[in-house]
Design a protein around this ligand. Structure first.
Ligand code: PHB
Length: 249
């Protein structure tokens, strides 16, 4: 693939363009894309035009671009994430009907918890998770479950980094986090009050595949004062059902 004078490949530049879109920044002009991707204006305009022509970006009447529906279609086609989400959905609905709070499914992706699905309830409380959004492994309940079961190399990488406080109650001490991970493995679930925001408690369990490997975390976000007992039981039951559905289909 042709390289630019700075030496990066065309693919690398396209990836940089796509990565300028975030959960909070969904529409941009080609000039903004170029600035954020660190590309010369002419290069950014050309790549954006080509991606629009291919349907990977959509352009509106005001010449702003967003990630295209075709990109979504290609990304989901045959993806493991979609299979997992489909297996999980009926069981998430049951959890959500019992607990009547937000219920979400997350996987480990590039050292964070990436959310594949979130079901809301009309009466549910605060919740910052979004589908296709991420939360730090050491702070969110889903992240803590994924981290506790991750391979040792990843655990060490996360534990030796500076652990940022998302809230005043986030565990930021590596030794404390290590103890917490052992507790999560022993208990089979985590209850994380105030770790993301003071008003809520995250409750999460691991989801395993047929071989017993942890492939996802299933969580609910409760108001801080609520008892987690019903949620823990509902999540454990759902995780068992998802595992059995994944092995029988
Ligand atoms: C959590 O998983 O711990 C969590 C997620 C979102 C929130 C609060 C807690 O808004």
């Amino acid at each position: 693939m042709a390289n630019s004078p700075s030496g990066d490949s065309m693919t690398a530049r396209v990836v940089r363009v796509l990565e300028t879109f975030t959960v909070d920044r969904t529409m941009q002009t080609a000039a903004e894309v170029g600035r954020r991707a660190g590309l010369p204006s002419s290069t950014a305009h050309r790549i954006v035009d080509e991606l629009v022509a291919a349907g990977l970006l959509d352009r509106d009447d005001e010449h702003r671009v967003s990630l295209g529906m075709r990109l979504w279609e290609l990304a989901l086609r045959g993806s493991r994430a979609l299979r997992l989400r489909q297996a999980a959905l009926p069981h998430m609905e049951r959890v959500q009907a019992t607990v009547r709070e937000h219920t979400q499914l997350a996987v480990l992706e590039q050292d964070s918890a990436l959310f594949l699905e979130r079901l809301s309830h009309p009466d549910a409380g605060a919740n910052i998770t979004r589908v296709a959004g991420r939360l730090p492994l050491h702070a969110s309940s889903s992240g803590l479950v994924l981290l506790a079961h991750a391979d040792p190399e990843l655990q060490e990488r996360v534990l030796t980094r500076r652990l940022a406080a998302v809230s005043p109650e986030t565990t930021t001490d590596a030794a404390a986090l290590r103890r917490r991970m052992a507790e999560i493995r022993a208990a089979g679930f985590v209850v994380a009050p105030g770790s993301i925001e003071a008003v809520s408690t995250g409750v999460a369990v691991p989801v395993r595949d047929g071989d017993g490997a942890v492939i996802a975390a299933l969580s609910v976000v409760l108001p801080r004062e609520a008892s987690p007992d019903v949620a823990i039981a509902a999540l454990l039951q759902a995780a068992r059902s998802i595992r059995s559905d994944l092995t029988s289909h």
